[in-house]
Each structure stands twice: as C-alpha cells, then as structure tokens.
Design a protein around this ligand. Structure first.
Ligand SMILES: *Cc1c(COP(=O)(O)O)cnc(C)c1O
Length: 336
C-alpha cells in the first residue's frame, strides 16, 4: 500500500483516468534551446472534459456522499473549470448541482458569458446563479445553502476551486503517482512548474512532495493573487492537508510568482498568447488563457533567464482548462 493511502482516513469516488500520462515535449525543448521539458497531462483526467479539479472532486464528492448530501454547491468565475468539472461529477453521482458564478473578468464579450465552460455547465444540467464582478461568492453560497436546507434538501458546500484540505489531499496523492512514473522512466526532475489559483493544487503537491521524497522545487505561477497573499493561502491549505495526513512534516519554502498575472485574473497577456500558440503549433498541445497559458509563459521566462538551466529537466504540470478557450474567441481570432 502506498505511504499516503495507508495513512489516509478519507475515501474517494473514482472519477478520473489515472495515472495521467507523462510525456516529453521535445520540439518545445529544442525551440527554447535547452532544458528537457516534460508534461504531466492532468488535462486528460477525462471527466466532463477533464482538468485538475477532477482529482480533487474524487475526495470532495466522496465527502459529500458520506455526509448524506443530495445537492452540491460551489462557486467560481463564469468560465470556471472547477464549476464545470463539479457539474459533471454531480451528474455522474446523481446529485443536484448549484453553481454560484460571477462575471469576474471585465471587458469580455458574449462568448465569455455563454460559450466554453458556461455552455458545458448547462449541458451537465447544473443550476446557475449569476452575480456581477466583485460579488461576495462565499456569502452568496452560504445564503443558497441555507435556502436549500430550509427546503428540506441536504446541501454540501465545496469551496471555490475545491481548495481545502480534502481537495488538496488529491494532489498530495498525485505526487506519489508522479514518483512512481519517474521510477518507471528512470528520471528525476530538477523543477516542477504549475499554475496556481485557489491554491489547493500546489499546496497538495508541496505536502505530497515531502511524503514521496521529491526534492524538486515546485514553482507556482499565480494567475490572480499577489505572491504574499498566495503564499499565506498555500500555507493555510497545506496545514489543513497535513491534518489529514499526519507524519508529512518538514517544511520547505513555498515558491509562488505573481510576475505573470498581467492586468488581472482571466485577462490575456502577450506572454500568455506566445506560450499558448507556441505549444499548439510545436506540440499540438492545448493550453488555456486563464491558467496554463500564463504558467507556461512563466516557464518560458524561467528558461530564458536561466532560472531553469539548459542542462536541467523540468516538469510542466498541465492542469487543463482548454474548454475556456471558447470564451476567448474574440481575443484568439487573428487580428492581422
Ligand atoms: C483551477 C485551475 C488551476 C489552479 O488550481 P488551484 O488548485 O485552484 O490553484 C489551474 N489550472 C486550471 C486549468 C484550473 O482550472
């Protein structure tokens, strides 16, 4: 039995295709003149289009079912991949799904409001409650939760991004999966790079890396919060995860970088567009404008500055999100 499974008190409902593939990106490596770049394909978790939230939902949906819930409630931006994967997981589990969504990104067109993840949320049969930019989604979720309870149903509240100890636990376990694949391929990584938003993914990876003995620094590329705010959030979620995984001690520095956010959450940058289109054209690999495009822009910059050395080996942990591309049709249509 794995180190984590043997200490874990929580169960999961299988929803994802695991292990996700681990692939080299040799044409991208050659293009950037150096490091061996690999990608961990968590965009291929399968459920409802896939992405990193599916791993978290394996544990969160199990907790919902264990609590006797008949309804799950969660929140996010209109183009939230987390909301879309929650809607798919609820459909598969036969639970009612309520999504509390905010416009979140100024200046987007009608495709942002109706296409991409929004179209898929509807298809999965989720009920959507829409709020303007800046709405307090936690407060709105609490209100809806109270109404659902008052109606006699049993709601289960999943936090934004599924980022609490239960959700992050999935990424602690995922580090064991990575460790096993590294042994199979007889390779070790010098760096791991991933997008960080609500924090559960990176926090879980940090905890799991300690347990699995993976020494590579885990660089979180923030897509919204400042490095300081994100660091505090990651510490909090890592602590919650450690409560579920006693024995994973030994603090390591948390690396998070807000250099690539640009004007704000979900707002495109030139560096994101360069990274996204380069990966599409050289590798047939789809990234997204909100998360993985900016994270890959971070990796490009780290390689160009020498922070990731030409002789090193780096893992880009793909977290999904390509469905969100269809909310950016106006931006992605060539202007020339
Ligand atoms: C949610 C999300 C992330 C960020 O994961 P967090 O656990 O919220 O930090 C990264 N990439 C994609 C595509 C996402 O949907």
């Amino acid at each position: 039995m794995s180190r984590i499974a043997s200490t874990t008190v929580l169960h999961k409902i299988p929803l994802a295709f695991l292990p996700t593939p681990l692939e080299p990106l040799s044409r991208l490596s050659a293009h950037l003149g150096g490091p061996e770049i690999w990608v961990k394909r968590d965009d291929c978790t399968g459920l409802g289009g896939g992405g990193n939230k599916t791993r978290k939902l394996e544990y969160l949906m199990a907790a919902a079912v264990a609590a006797g819930a008949d309804t799950v409630i969660t929140a996010g931006a209109l183009q939230s991949n987390h909301a879309r994967q929650t809607a798919a997981a609820a459909a598969r589990q036969g639970l009612r799904c309520i999504l509390v969504l905010a416009a979140a990104v100024p200046g987007r067109g009608t495709c942002y409001d109706a296409n991409g993840n929004m179209l898929l949320d509807r298809l999965f049969g989720a009920e959507m409650h829409l709020f303007p930019t800046g709405a307090d989604l936690d407060a709105e979720m609490a209100k809806i939760c109270a109404d659902v309870s008052a109606s006699g149903a049993t709601p289960y509240l999943i936090p934004i991004g599924g980022s609490n100890g239960i959700g992050a636990l999935a990424y602690a376990v995922a580090m064991e999966e990575l460790d096993l694949q590294c042994r199979e391929h007889a390779l070790a990584f010098d760096h791991i790079v991933t997008a960080t938003g609500s924090g559960g993914t990176q926090a879980g990876m940090i905890v799991g890396a300690r347990l699995a003995g993976i020494a590579a620094p885990i660089h979180g590329i923030s897509v919204s919060a400042s490095s300081a705010d994100m660091q505090a959030k990651l510490e909090r979620i890592a602590e919650q995860t450690l409560e579920l995984l006693p024995g994973a001690g030994g603090a390591r520095p948390i690396l998070v970088d807000d250099t690539f956010v640009g004007p704000g959450y979900g707002q495109p940058t030139d560096a994101m567009w360069e990274a996204l289109s380069t990966c599409a054209r050289l590798e047939g690999l789809l990234l997204d404008p909100v998360y993985t495009g900016k994270a890959m822009a971070g990796l490009f910059a780290y390689i160009r500055s020498g922070r990731v050395g030409a002789q090193e080996r780096v893992l880009f942990w793909h977290t999904g999100g390509a469905q969100g591309l269809f909310g950016y049709e106006d931006y992605l249509t060539p202007k020339a």
